[in-house]
Design a binder for this molecule. Structure first.
Ligand code: NAD
Length: 243
């Protein structure tokens, strides 16, 4: 039983944060889950769930994506969670920073979608959920140049895939989170020097008065995996930040 019973789900960046909450929720909803990440040790923490198979997958590597999807067979639901924050303005971001952000935040989605789409099309059914961001497309966020540029590109990617395959049973939606509790958020707060002040400032910009939880994002992701009348849309979940 469960909303995803009988479905095969592939989750990228599932070792921690939003991806991990999505992998756990998808399993809870009855999916057979392939949880992937480059962090093998953290990924192993998911191994106890009977519905979950863990696999090391670097989304920068076409061959790894191809090998894993060949092993899995048809994927019903693809959750693209891999992404990295580059801190800095256009002055600080080097060409290498921009290229890396594009590779990890955008081309990772291109790789996994290219690899899973044939199976979805053969079945005439498939759902793709991309973790985008309010940064870039909805709101300009200070000190997030390479991040904002590349996360905005994931909106174009999502809408393009949705438009091309809407008549063939494929839905592709994006989630635009605001600020969400995660290990990398903790790193970003610590990197600012005064952790408590940085955390207070992040909370102060959330009208709802707190930082979001990975589970709140996962709940939306599960909804989008099953919401049969929405495609090509960005779903903002940001505690009122951009309202
Ligand atoms: P996180 O940043 O703490 O964890 C990211 C995970 O990605 C790690 O487990 C890491 O090992 C994995 N990863 C890094 N490079 C990889 C690669 N090449 N291949 C496979 N996996 C790789 O988690 P998070 O903060 O929940 O972020 C998840 C997604 O949500 C990202 O796309 C991020 O941009 C997006 N997002 C996060 C927030 C937030 O405030 N946390 C807000 C908006 C959007």
């Amino acid at each position: 039983s469960g909303k995803l019973a009988g479905k095969v789900a592939l989750v990228t960046a599932a070792a921690q944060g939003i991806g991990r909450a999505i992998a756990e929720s998808a399993a809870h909803e009855g999916a057979t889950v392939f949880a992937t990440d480059i962090n093998e040790a953290k990924l192993a923490e998911l191994g106890g769930l009977s519905q979950v198979t863990t696999r090391v997958l670097n989304v920068l590597k076409d061959a790894e994506v191809g090998a894993l999807t060949a092993e899995i067979g048809t994927v019903d639901v693809l959750f693209n969670c891999a992404g990295i924050v580059h801190a800095g303005t256009i002055e600080e971001a080097t060409e290498a920073d921009l290229d890396f952000a594009y590779d990890l935040n955008v081309k990772s989605m291109w790789r996994t979608i290219k690899a899973t789409l044939p199976g979805m099309l053969a079945k005439g059914d498939g759902a793709i959920v991309n973790i985008c961001s309010v940064a870039g497309s909805v709101k300009g966020v200070p000190n997030r140049f390479a991040y904002g540029v590349t996360k905005a590109a994931t909106v174009g990617l999502t809408k393009s895939v949705a438009a091309d395959f809407v008549t063939r049973g494929i839905r592709c939606n994006g989630i635009c989170p605001g600020t969400v509790e995660s290990p990398s958020l903790q790193d970003r707060l610590r990197a600012q020097g005064d952790y408590e002040a940085a955390r207070a400032a992040f909370i102060a910009r959330q009208p709802i008065g707190r930082i979001g939880t990975p589970q709140e994002i996962a709940d939306l992701a599960i909804y989008l995996a099953t919401a049969t009348y929405t495609t090509g849309q960005m779903h903002i979940i940001d505690g009122g930040w951009t309202n």
